[in-house]
Design a protein around this ligand. Structure first.
Ligand code: PMP
Length: 383
């Protein structure tokens, strides 16, 4: 019997590796396995190729090669941004939005930190953000696209606030820098990440969300930003992140980033079309369902509260019927606490526990969504 194809709707958690990324990785597992830091010819060649890949990533982002620090993914890049900067300024504080990913939230809890509230659509309140910046604030970290509800933050507007605060510090003779970091892990497939246009000092990118291999990513660190290592050792990555560089993964990541950033506009339109259909139909089929997040939302994330339902149970029922989706983010799947993102946008604990996340990607089709809607309706009626 032919196995029925499952419907995968969790692209915000993981994407399959594209054939381009896979091909770009292949030689580095065998012919080109060398350690880029050794002294002989083959290693020197590996070093040259690492430099080329770094320079490719930099040019895609409009950055300089020395501003790209390869990491093991977005979690490490976020930890590096928060702890790496705050270690340099032990008396300083960091502002983060109340809906940051755990990999920002958790390291921020180890230093002096304050939370910027968000509105019911999951957008940071710019006035409150401005008022929270005090003379000791050294870093502001606001994720570009929230991974649970898809809200898109006004990073450029935040950058303008940061610039005017910097001017004020010059006038006040306060020489503490003020940096802006954004976790762009969910944004890379759909938004322009050109650094100058964004106006950030640090940015996190994850390969595993953009059809590249998992376990690799980078932190963009603007030249002149004071940041120290959190992983120490052989001094690779300009002394900021030690460990033998994973050239295979970096090569796959570079290939994936090229595609992601050159096709983000086209991909957005395609995915948005499917999302719009899904959201229009879902409220017709389940009139009590509420779509979370406002108008400024990522095209690939659909967060739905179905009042009275139990999201764990619903997810399992969908799984049994071949549909793969999430309750909140996969990273918090082991926790019993209701999602902090959902409660921060005003959902009750009960409603947060009645919320499912569907996330779309390259292989999502209208046909799959039509099937999913029917399966979801049956699963809700059945529970
Ligand atoms: N930040 C965001 C916004 C994410 O969605 C994720 C993945 N869920 C991460 C960080 C962590 O990424 P990685 O798995 O590459 O460490």
């Amino acid at each position: 019997m032919k196995k029925r194809k499952r419907i995968y709707l969790d692209y915000a958690a993981a994407t399959p590796v594209s054939k381009e990324a896979l091909e770009a990785m292949r030689p580095y597992f065998s012919d080109k396995f060398y350690n880029p830091s050794a002294g002989y010819l083959s290693s020197r060649q590996a070093r040259i190729e690492l430099a080329e890949l770094r320079s490719d990533i930099a040019s895609i982002l409009g950055a300089r090669p020395a501003e790209i620090i390869f990491t093991s993914g977005a979690t490490e890049a976020n930890n590096l941004a928060v702890v790496g900067v705050l270690n340099e300024f032990p008396e300083a504080n960091i502002l983060i939005s109340s809906i940051e990913h755990e990999s920002v939230l958790s390291p921020a809890q180890t230093v002096h930190s304050k939370e910027i509230p968000v509105d019911n659509n999951g957008i940071v309140d710019l006035d409150k953000l401005e008022n929270l910046i005090d003379e000791h604030t050294v870093l502001i970290s606001v994720g570009f696209i929230n991974n649970e509800i898809g809200s898109i933050q006004p990073v450029k507007d935040i950058s303008k606030i940061v610039q005017s605060k910097r001017q004020k510090r010059i006038r006040d003779n306060n020489n503490r820098p003020l940096y802006l970091h954004t976790d762009a892990a969910q944004a890379t497939n759909y938004l322009d990440l050109h650094i100058n246009r964004l106006g950030v000092d640090l940015a996190t990118i994850s390969s595993g969300k953009i059809y590249g291999p998992k376990g690799v990513g980078c932190l963009y660190v603007k030249a002149g930003t004071k940041i120290g290592p959190i992983v120490r050792g052989g001094g690779q990555e300009f002394g900021i992140r030690s460990g033998t560089e994973n050239l295979a993964a970096i090569s796959g990541f570079t290939a994936a980033l090229k595609i992601a950033q050159s096709s983000h506009a086209k991909e957005s339109v395609k995915v948005l079309n499917i999302r719009n259909y899904f959201e229009t139909r879902i409220v017709e089929i389940l009139p009590k369902a509420v779509i979370n997040g406002g108008k400024k939302r990522a095209p690939h994330i659909i967060s739905i509260t179905i009042p009275g339902s139990d999201n764990e149970l619903l997810m399992m029922k969908l799984d049994e019927r071949g549909v793969e989706c999430a309750t909140g983010s996969a990273c918090m799947a082991s926790s019993d606490e209701p999602s902090k993102t959902l409660t921060s946008i005003g959902l009750s604990h009960q409603d947060a526990r009645s919320t499912l996340r569907f996330s779309l990607g390259k292989d999502s089709s209208m046909k799959d969504i039509i099937k999913t809607l029917a399966i979801l309706k049956a699963a809700v009626e059945d529970s």
